[in-house]
Design a protein around this ligand. Sequence first.
Ligand SMILES: Nc1nc2c(ncn2[C@@H]2O[C@H](COP(=O)(O)OP(=O)(O)OP(=O)(O)O)[C@@H](O)[C@H]2O)c(=O)[nH]1
Ligand SMILES: [Mg+2]
Length: 400
Amino acid sequence: MIDVQVAAAASDVVIGLAVGVPIVVVAGGIAVGMRMRGRGSKGRVPSGEVASDAATDLELSRSAETTRIAEREAPSREPEPGPTPEPGPTPEPPTYRSRLGKARGLLSGYLGAVRSKGRIDAETWEDLEEALIRADVGVGATGVLLTDLRARVMSGGIVGPDGLVDALRADLVAMLSTADAALALPGSVPHDDTGTGDTSVDVWLFVGVNGVGKTTTVGKVANRLSASGTKVLLAAGDTFRAAAGEQLSMWASRADCDIVRGSEGGDPSSVVFDAVQRAASKGHAVVLADTAGRLHNKANLIEELKKIRRVADRPPGRVVEVLLVLDATTGQNGLAQAKVFLDAVDVSGVVLTKLDGTAKGGIVVAIHRELGLPVKLVGLGEGVDDLIDFDPSAFVDALF
Ligand SMILES: Nc1nc2c(ncn2[C@@H]2O[C@H](COP(=O)(O)OP(=O)(O)OP(=O)(O)O)[C@@H](O)[C@H]2O)c(=O)[nH]1
Ligand SMILES: [Mg+2]
């Protein structure tokens, strides 16, 4: 981490010292240590870019100020046995199979009943329909799946209950494999770090209603990109809630990346604008922009998102991902919310969070079918590593 609270000179963006200082204090020695580690981590910055990473006088004075405050405050703290521990690493990497227990539990009852019969009869179809509807696959997709399966049973293409369950599994995988779920990762579009040519900065926007997991997802993505050597800058575009910037700062520390914050109630577009400018001048490959999930009314929210997107797309910025974050536990209700966002910003994909805590895993199918959007990432827990790429086969296998 280089400068946890940085803001460029634009009018209403200020350094988040008021909130940042307690973080520095709480983080104690870690904060200073990580800052130093960040300054020394040029190994992950492409060569030839050293000059662009040199701190300006203004930043140095800000950094020094932050450090001074941390040192001044330090003695007043209660003695602690050591630095505040960061959340421990996830014991084992998340897998669909290990985290989709609830969804599998729901389906396995029905599928077990189907399999245990020696034949396919009316009850078989009722069981399958109920299973898919209860898993939130949606009425439309359930109808399509069952119509296809019935036809194949009638024509003799599917024989017996086991064959039927296998065919359903294959159909689901096929249905989920149609959309392009590849992320526009930094490097997939050329980025010139020399500062002489293309200095464009990739911007990812994270949108969605409040509480779905936007900020958490930004943190997880930042951690992943940062760990793979990408220089990431976070933009705290949720200026609506006082705690939002603070929450993102914690993630910036955890992911060892920089953050630009604005003042509470400030213009989020300015925050994103400043983040892009800073990224261009400092050689960050990507800006991950958090946004507010709630404003005074829906029209405000939509207008704000449109503006953020417009501003983020202004050179040197270019919006390469607009990820709609949806909470799987809300099931079909989430789809209605989603449509509002689709109308406002050109969404490139979905991040489906909290799949670990729901039996409604089938919502993935409904998203593909009804929103016409690929699910690109899936949240399988609250930890920093609990985000994985969407994999249709692994996902469906974990349900059966
Ligand atoms: N179990 C589980 N919890 C998650 C997941 N992703 C996020 N959460 C939790 O969901 C809650 C809300 O997450 P936030 O990231 O604050 O949501 P947000 O969309 O930024 O919310 P607002 O800022 O209020 O709009 C937090 O308690 C997260 O830990 C996930 O994949 N699984
Ligand atoms: Mg948030």
